[in-house]
Design a protein around this ligand. Structure first.
Ligand SMILES: NC(=O)c1ccc[n+]([C@@H]2O[C@H](COP(=O)([O-])OP(=O)(O)OC[C@H]3O[C@@H](n4cnc5c(N)ncnc54)[C@H](OP(=O)(O)O)[C@@H]3O)[C@@H](O)[C@H]2O)c1
Length: 217
């Protein structure tokens, strides 16, 4: 079966890590920025199958979309993609609702509350898209082929569409993760704050090389 065309919305570290991961696994990738020229060096150094575009061009072109933008800009990024261009597509949502405030004793602030999540807000903006939370609770350096001495870490995912979650599960298999499906979109209220927990050892002790594992008896 032909591999999906992957639109990666994001010119930052997460966009680069995931775009490179998809290319390595034989997918075609269009990476997007509001200013695509920013990505010229990446495209010049990437393997075959890499292209660049605007958020709207990539969202229209991709079969599978990855959203990897600053949390405070995620809603406007979805608007720039165009809800109609995302309709019927799986959208991997790697964003976190980190507020524009410094961490307090290593603890980040979110602009969402406990009974809300960024992914639910995005899902409301593009109701026909199939958002799946994934890659939000680990650093970009560990997103593809995380090496924990043969132990697969868990990637917590959630979303309202079972087919979309199955598609993301296949990607996670390829990238070396065990998928922990937490259910529907509301579970993003629990998954997104794992980012706060994940960052604490980083801010406190400059330790950034860990991931979560769900143990089952
Ligand atoms: N860094 C990590 O290791 C990590 C790990 C897990 C999850 N995350 C989450 O992943 C997301 C991306 O993180 P990142 O570190 O790769 O990069 P980032 O600096 O948080 O985001 C960069 C992207 O945000 C877009 N952006 C910024 N302001 C915007 C605006 N006003 N309107 C539209 N788009 C805007 C930029 O667009 P342009 O290209 O047009 O400038 C760029 O594509 C964040 O939500 C972060 O919390 C990060």
């Amino acid at each position: 079966m032909a591999k999906s065309r992957v639109a990666v919305i994001g010119s930052g570290d997460v966009g680069r890590a995931l775009a490179d991961g998809f290319l390595e696994h034989g997918y075609e990738v269009m990476r997007a920025s509001r200013d695509p020229a920013k990505l010229d060096a990446w495209k010049a150094n990437a393997v075959a199958g890499a292209s660049t575009g605007t958020f709207e061009q990539a969202a229209l072109w991709g079969d599978l979309v990855v959203l990897a933008v600053k949390g405070t800009a995620a809603e406007s990024a979805v608007a720039l993609c165009g809800a109609a261009n995302l309709a019927g597509k799986t959208v991997i949502d790697a964003t976190n609702p980190i507020a524009d405030a410094p961490p307090v004793n290593g603890v980040l602030s979110f602009f969402t509350g406990l009974d809300d999540s960024l992914m639910e807000r995005l899902q409301r903006l593009a109701p026909k898209a199939h958002f799946v939370k994934a890659f939000s609770c680990v650093g970009n350096a560990l997103m593809v082929h995380p090496d924990f001495g043969g132990i697969k870490p868990s990637m917590f995912i959630c979303g309202n569409d079972e087919g979309a979650k199955a598609e993301v599960g296949r990607v996670l298999d390829e990238f070396g993760w065990e998928t922990a499906d937490m259910g529907a979109a509301e579970a993003a209220r629990a998954i997104e704050p794992l980012c706060i927990l994940w960052c604490i050892p980083g801010f406190a002790r400059n330790e950034w090389s860990h991931a979560f594992k769900l143990l089952r008896a």
